[in-house]
Design a binder for this molecule. Sequence first.
Ligand SMILES: [Fe+2]
Ligand SMILES: [Fe+2]
Length: 375
Amino acid sequence: MNAKIGVFGGSFDPVHIGHLMLAEHMLEAGGLDKVIFMPTYIQPFKQDNQTASSENRLQMLRLATSDNARFEVSDVELRRASVSYTIDSLRELQQEYPQDNIYFIVGVDIFRLIRKWYKFEELVSEFSFLVGVRPGYDISEVSELITDIQRDFQTDIRLIENPLIDIASSNIRNRMKLGFLAGADSVQYELPASVYDYIYAHGIYEGTTLINQLRIDLSHRVSQRRYEHVLRVEELSVRLSMIFGENVVRTRLAAVAHDICKDKDEEGNALLHSKHAEKMLRDMYGVMDEDVLNAVSFHTTGRAAMSRLEMIIFLADAIEPGREYPVVHKIRLATYESLEAGMKATLEDMDAYLSRKGLELSGDTAAALAYYNDI
Ligand SMILES: [Fe+2]
Ligand SMILES: [Fe+2]
């Protein structure tokens, strides 16, 4: 039997829950067998630092659709790397699915102008259409247009009322510009979790976000050597967060911030820089996330019963690739086994190091060793 395939074009910058809901709705209401998401090429002159690259838009779509066997992603328009006529893209897809019927999914505002589209007559002769209308839209005019086209070309065109969704990619991008901890974190509920993590892991739409700002400020505040250490801590902690299931954004933020007061405080008490960094993050950057603040605050001393994020920052700081001391290899292996095992190994090493100097662990660190020795 010939399958019915919906083709859903758009910039998907980024793909969000509304796109997925609409595609699912078209599947059901239009009786489709599958929906192919087809990201459109964006002209370089229309791109700016809030626009994701073709590769990233494609990757976000793949992540967003990977758990639905009836959703697919096509890169036909991106591959061509120039703005495409709909008919050319649909014909190319038709070659991949020669037996199947292709339905182009299109909003009513664009469909209304279909007589002006490139090769209009061939388009409506070769392909079918699912026209989405907003609830409450006056369909009299477009119904007439559809009747005319159906009479002249025998085109299969169906009007389908869209579900009510008020999510826009542009709005998501704009709110991300503000930085997620400044109140824009609500975007996370408008995106599939995998897409949300991908955006932060790759710094997409990051233009002026908090993390970017911190990285810039850091580069002015600390030595080049320290700056490179922080970037290595950032990279490693993000990797650990992916392995152990921590939020990538919070991890990245804590990692970038952890040594922001380091060089200025080096003369005095070496432990103070973590407390100063926490205060600065809270007072100057408006960070309110207690877990992030604690991860920064306890990255030097550790403490009993640390959160996952606290352990990740503490350990990434101790074992980033630039660190070389006798047992670092052993601690790295322990960390990949579990964060708790990594904590135990690190604290034991700190303890051994101090005893060789005739000193003892104190305060939070002593409590941490007792705690992690026990579990
Ligand atoms: Fe530090
Ligand atoms: Fe550090």
